[in-house]
Design a binder for this molecule. Sequence first.
Ligand code: CTP
Length: 408
Amino acid sequence: MTERLDLQGRHLVLGLSGGIACYKSAELARELVKAGATVQVVMTEAACRFITPVTMQALTGRPVITDQWDARAPANMAHIDLSREADALIVAPASADFIAQLAQGRASELLALLCLARPRQGCALLVAPAMNREMWSHPATQRNVAQVVADGALLLGPGHGAQACGETGDGRMLEPEELRDAVIAFFQPKVLQGKRVLVTAGPTFEALDPVRGITNLSSGKMGFAIARAAAEAGAQVTLVAGPVHLPTPASVSRVDVRSALQMHEAVMAVAPAQDLFIATAAVADWRPAAAATQKIKKDGSGRVPAFEMTENPDILASVAGLPAGQRPYCVGFAAESHDVVRHAREKRLRKGVPLIVANHGPATFGQDDNALVLVDDAGESEMPRADKLSLARALVAQIAQRLPHAHT
Ligand code: CTP
């Protein structure tokens, strides 16, 4: 698989305030570095009680800064120098007390001072709260968080679940991989800001009886990557997924279905409210005319059962056939085994969609990378082989350029 360095060239300041979640920040620092960023860690005095600067230095390859009086800073102005060089300042964990300091614009420690002194245009502030659920839900914390967001910070989480104190609820810090992905998403161009995007993904499963059915080898990876890329680009994304075992991308709303009929119903229920529909699902063309309600048994005669099949609705064509005003911009996929471009051109006309994305089915199903050909009324353009998320981002950028400003 092609290695992606999603944070290559980014310089990040990672600030730790005091909290047990500091142990996760070590992993976060590692993930950010692995994604190509340079990471400068700044720790409050309380953070140093939970994890040592030595650990953070070893993971980032840079001495940790803990003190605003650190004489190593050239003009002794660490609070200015650090944020002028950074593309973003990520506070993880952000304790209740630290958020209160941010809300009030206090500057009694280097990290808070740094947040206050950062250039708000060039250096974003990303805040990942971590605290006990009672502290999180306390009106004072909620008031402070609302203030910090109103002042321009981006809130990452918090998550929900078991807490170090033994209680369960809202307030735990997001996992390091989730935070890394949120930082990556933050830097993606917002080419679909405010758009509503519907994506279908995965195979469908057409039941023959309660335990058997007809399906195909689609893994759903391309559709899930597109849903993620669209969400990273600022869209509100609904993902209608056939039976696949893939995690839901962050901030994507997912509807799980099994059969083509269920997928059709789920899609048609929301399609008229969308700006964009991207059909990546490998929908079964046919289903058994009637699924047996009980498991089909061998009767000992040696006779094999025969199944009468019936055609499934074409989901993409149904959406493309919605009346103007209710019809999102439609993008179809074509998985072909031969004559890829010719078939894609024919499919584009047959389904009545402006854009078809063609690929070589047998070479892509289940793989981590892919190559695509875009077919629209202007002709074809190739997107060379890359990992599916990189392709998905490039595709989202291509689609965004073609998108009309209002509904078609
Ligand atoms: N599609 C759909 N509903 C169906 C069949 C296909 O929405 N019942 C969509 C797919 O999600 C894809 C596009 O139509 O975006 C093309 O799918 P494909 O299976 O390649 O095309 P078919 O119409 O099934 O044509 P063929 O099997 O002859 O290649």
